[in-house]
Design a protein around this ligand. Structure first.
Ligand code: NDP
Ligand SMILES: O=C(O)C1=N[C@H](C(=O)O)C[C@H](O)C1
Length: 216
């Protein structure tokens, strides 16, 4: 496939560019802050950049009828509205976490977190010190899935790719669910899986969990 990367100079952008090429896909559109390299029509555009790039991303998706895989976090309601509108014409996969493990954890929490309704619950997320947003998109996703008012604690340290832990506790016990991304490559692999998925679709709004339905 011909693909585009928004945020191609970033930590995720560089990995995505490398991994997709290893799988014989061709980069035809590269966008970063104040930079656009435009060669051909991309079949799919991958955006791991910043919410401020969304306008540009949507411009290119519309211009070329390209499908979109977007992992950028800190999106606001207005951004989701734009993505839903876009998905009326092209296929969009949006997720704050493209790892398989977090999506399995979301599934478990969706099914079982009600059991802990009367227990205290808090989330701790730990990421590298260069991460710009707080709390992480994944922590927001976990909180929305648990579907209750709870506190998120954010740590920004060293080079940690992404740790999330959910604690449930009553007077005498503690249960902890946790996930650690051992490297950023898991997210790039997830983006590749999502890009291959959208190539089979013409339109619609999907999450990474929709893609993993057959696996989890
Ligand atoms: N969903 C998931 O599974 C994952 C999501 N993420 C998310 O992906 C995003 C990128 O993460 P990461 O690669 O670590 O971040 P980086 O800061 O390393 O990369 C982002 C890149 O986008 C560029 N950029 C910033 N603003 C714009 C803009 N308006 N137009 C075009 N390019 C722009 C940045 O340029 P500059 O540095 O000059 O600002 C930078 O090169 C974050 O939102 C992060 O939370 C990350 C990992 C996994
Ligand atoms: O910025 C990151 O690095 C990550 N961002 C995502 C988030 O905010 O949840 C996913 C992952 O944890 C890494």
């Amino acid at each position: 496939m011909n693909f585009g990367v928004i945020g191609y100079k970033g930590r995720m952008g560089k990995l995505i560019l490398e991994l997709f090429q290893e799988h014989n896909h061709t980069p035809v559109l590269l966008v970063d802050k104040n930079e656009i390299i435009e060669k051909e029509k991309p079949d799919v555009i991958i955006d791991f950049s910043n919410k401020d790039a969304l306008e540009t991303t949507i411009y290119f998706c519309k211009k070329y009828s390209s499908n979109l895989v977007i992992g950028t976090t800190a999106l606001k309601e207005e951004h989701f509205k734009l993505l839903k509108e876009l998905s009326e014409n092209v296929a969009v996969v949006q997720s704050y976490n493209f790892s398989i493990g977090i999506n399995i954890l979301l599934d478990i929490l969706e099914k079982y977190s009600k059991i802990f309704e009367k227990w205290d619950c808090e989330i701790v997320e730990t990421h590298h010190s260069k991460k710009k947003d707080k709390p992480s998109g994944t922590a927001i996703l976990l909180k929305n899935t648990i579907n209750r008012n709870l506190e998120i604690h954010s740590l920004r340290l060293g080079g940690i790719p992404g740790d999330h832990a959910i604690f449930f506790s009553n007077e005498g016990e503690l249960i902890q669910f946790s996930h650690r991304a051992l490297s950023r490559k898991v997210f790039a692999l997830g983006a590749l899986k999502a890009a291959e998925f959208v190539m089979k679709k013409t339109r619609g709004f999907f999450t990474f969990k929709d893609i993993l339905k057959e696996e989890i």
